[in-house]
Design a protein around this ligand. Structure first.
Ligand code: SAM
Length: 400
């Protein structure tokens, strides 16, 4: 056991300490705190430590809302006041930009601190369903960052799943705030009395099972509605914090009027739709996922928006092939960021403007550096994932 002082924080919000001249990382602490911690892992370069006791508290330390905080591996920041959490996130982004030589003002949009997540994924262990830590599954019956419809039904889903834990890969519960969809991702189809589960669910709901990427509707409601026009399949991507997604999309829609837009990594099409409703001349939505592409096509058919062109495929291959002159390129890639071919296609394009939406500050900074013929004009932090060390970035760039 070591008595240590937290000297700084790292890019994942973890505390940084030093032991015998070697750096150590410890979660759930704040700057300046004196702590007792135990070594979990050691190698030639660093230690990973587990917090055992806080001996002197930082004034921004607060009591976590959730009984599983620090155990389930989900949240990083429930011990920090929300105001301080935002400051830390801004500082992390600012340091990331400094590494690539950019010093700029960062604007920030905060979220509801708790009960914002519209989707959770639970994994099986011998005890029941729960969240993944680095080494094990911690069974849960509540999750205070999940939307209330999800939170209040976790226990019922968990109780129902107990006889089927050996065939369940994972279970997703999603909500559009009108209902929940429960989707069992299983090794093989199973026969169960879904009416039993249904009786114990406290809101409107639908039940699916998915085997090898094929979903089967088992009970009740069948899709999620993210807007009047957009219904999405239970396997399609959607942003997990509705309020923040809406403000993020709104920010983008301010700059699309009369423009031809390439919307790369376009998902189920909600952003494409909103850009067209905000006056974009034409939107090319490029999406690799079949389920998302089909949702976007359904959206196009329903809204009769001829100016929406949904292209299914890898952005790296599809973007360079668009022959029409593009005014604005939007990218919203997964955490791995943009493929080098996408970066090259953007650099070679006619687009005078681009927007980079990112959920990973490290790959964002890497890609920004590679986009050397664009300059960063504006950057905003949207706190899509409160209580975790993650956040969303909105960056507006102009061709030099
Ligand atoms: C972060 S999500 C953004 C979705 C959309 N912009 C939204 O707000 O709902 C990333 C999307 O990119 C898709 N995707 C992943 N790799 C891709 C690739 N190489 N080319 C095209 N789409 C890809 C995923 O299926 C997912 O829908």
């Amino acid at each position: 056991m070591f008595e240590l002082k937290v000297e700084d924080f790292g890019f994942n919000g973890e505390g940084i300490v030093h032991i015998n001249g070697k750096v150590g990382f410890v979660k759930y602490v704040l700057l300046g705190e004196k702590i007792l911690a135990e070594v979990l892992k050691e190698n030639s370069r660093y230690y990973v430590l587990q917090l055992k006791e806080v001996l002197s508290k930082n004034k921004f330390r607060v009591n976590p809302l959730c009984p599983y905080f620090g155990k389930c591996g989900g949240c990083d920041f429930q011990h920090i006041s929300y105001k301080k959490e935002i400051e830390i996130k801004k500082e992390i982004l600012s340091r990331q930009l400094a590494k690539i030589g950019i010093k700029t003002n960062i604007i920030c949009s905060a979220s509801d601190e708790y009960f914002y997540r519209n989707k959770i994924r639970l994994y099986p262990s011998s005890q029941g369903l729960g969240y993944h830590t680095d080494s094990k599954i911690i069974t849960i019956e509540t999750c205070k960052i999940a939307r209330p419809f999800i939170d209040e039904n976790i226990k019922a889903v968990n109780d129902f799943s107990k006889p089927y834990l050996n065939i369940i890969n994972y279970v997703e519960i999603r909500t559009d705030d009108k209902k929940i969809l429960i989707n069992f991702f299983v090794k093989e189809r199973f026969n169960a009395n879904f009416e039993e589960l249904s009786k114990n669910i406290k809101c409107n709901h639908g039940i699916y099972q998915t085997v090898n990427n094929k979903s089967f509707h088992c009970y009740g409601e069948s899709s999620l509605e993210y807007s009047q026009e957009l219904k999405i399949k239970p396997t399609s991507f959607s942003q997990i914090n509705n309020k923040i997604a809406i403000s993020l999309y709104r920010r983008l829609c301010e700059i699309v009027k009369d423009k031809v837009v390439a919307n790369c990594y376009s998902g189920a099409g909600l952003l494409s739709l909103q850009m067209l409703q905000s006056g974009a001349k034409q939107v090319y939505g490029i999406e690799l996922g079949l389920s998302e592409h089909l949702d976007a096509q359904e959206l196009k058919n329903k809204t009769k928006l001829n100016s929406l062109i949904n292209l299914k495929g890898d952005c790296a291959k599809v973007l360079p092939k668009i022959s029409r002159k593009i005014d604005l390129i939007v990218v919203d890639p997964p955490r791995a960021g943009c493929d080098n071919l996408v970066i090259e296609a953007i650099k070679d394009s006619s687009a005078k403007e681009m927007v980079y939406i990112s959920c990973n500050h490290a790959t964002f900074a890497r890609d920004l550096k590679r986009l050397e013929n664009y300059s960063l004009e504006r950057i905003e932090l949207f706190d899509m994932f409160p209580k975790t060390a993650n956040f969303e970035i909105f960056a507006y760039l102009r061709r030099k």
